[in-house]
Ligand binder design. Structure first.
Ligand code: SAM
Length: 264
């Protein structure tokens, strides 16, 4: 691939992988099944894409930077199972984009543009795209948050949301030196595999609102963060777990949030 004349755009989070061994490790960990549709956000110069098209039945990519088209056309010219949509992933109706495809499972495999990691993950969840597995490279600190344990300082509302839907694993750390241009932060590849059974939540919107409100002011207790809720009901659930309203959200397991939201 010829990137000599390519002008990397920092504002698009363009740090391209240049280590084939890392690409291979990502694809191996994704363990893509035959009859699959893979979604890649930001194919860049197509290094990961080329490995994905060999494994998946179909690959659909979203690339915001149209100047990459000449490079991607060349890199992918021998494959007829890949489509690149030159548009902002965040503005797409993904459900519409994938209706034409026939597949058993959907995978999202991507070296994400870090500046929009959370919006991308939120979009995948909110649009209720039935993703079987997500294998993505993210900034190391973000990966730590995804997989944070209860009681740790990284544990936040996103951790709870993600753990509601997925089993999350940190796979391996990737050095800054594996990218061109070299980023300022270390990276990590994480996998999120859809849970086979989800916890029983009566009202998902209420559950998500409760979790968000509980973490609103990180240093504050539930008594303070949940002022607008029926605190006697919240207290009743907490008592079951030998806790009281002075507890902070970071100390609550997902199961406790579910119990609280179901009683409200
Ligand atoms: N997959 C390539 C690789 O691993 O070498 C490139 C990864 S680079 C970290 C992120 C890619 O996402 C860039 O190609 C960038 O142009 C693209 N990108 C940034 N924002 C985007 C958006 N909103 N929608 C689609 N692609 C985007």
């Amino acid at each position: 691939m010829d990137l000599v004349n390519f002008k990397f755009k920092k504002n698009y989070g363009q740090n391209f992988l240049r280590e084939q061994s890392i690409v291979q490790k990502i694809v191996d960990n994704a363990d893509i099944s035959d009859n699959s549709l893979v979604i890649e956000i930001g194919p860049g110069s197509g290094m990961l894409t080329k490995a994905l098209v060999k494994k998946a039945k179909n690959v659909i990519c979203y690339e915001i930077d149209k100047t990459l088209k000449v490079i991607l056309d060349e890199e992918l010219k021998n494959f007829d199972n890949v489509t690149v949509i030159y548009d902002d992933f965040l503005n797409r109706n993904v459900a519409d984009d994938i209706t034409e495809y026939d597949y058993d499972k959907i995978y999202v495999v991507s070296n994400l543009p870090y500046y929009i990691t959370t919006p991308i993950i939120n979009k995948i969840i909110n649009e209720k795209i039935d993703v079987y597995k997500i294998v993505v490279m993210v900034q190391k600190e973000v990966g730590d948050r995804f997989a944070a344990k209860v009681g740790s300082k990284e544990y936040n509302s996103l951790t709870v949301f993600l753990n509601y839907y997925f089993d999350i694993r940190k796979l391996f750390i990737v050095s800054k030196n594996c990218f061109i241009p070299k980023p300022n932060v270390d990276s990590i590849v994480v996998s999120l595999t859809k849970k086979t059974t989800l916890l029983n939540v009566d009202d998902l919107d209420l559950f998500f609102k409760l979790v968000r409100d509980s973490f609103k002011f990180k240093r504050k207790t539930l008594r303070n963060n949940l002022k607008d809720y029926d605190l006697s009901k919240v207290e009743k659930v907490l008592e079951k777990y030998d806790l009281d309203l002075n507890v902070r959200a970071e100390n609550l397991d997902i199961k406790i949030f579910v119990d609280i939201s179901n009683i409200l």
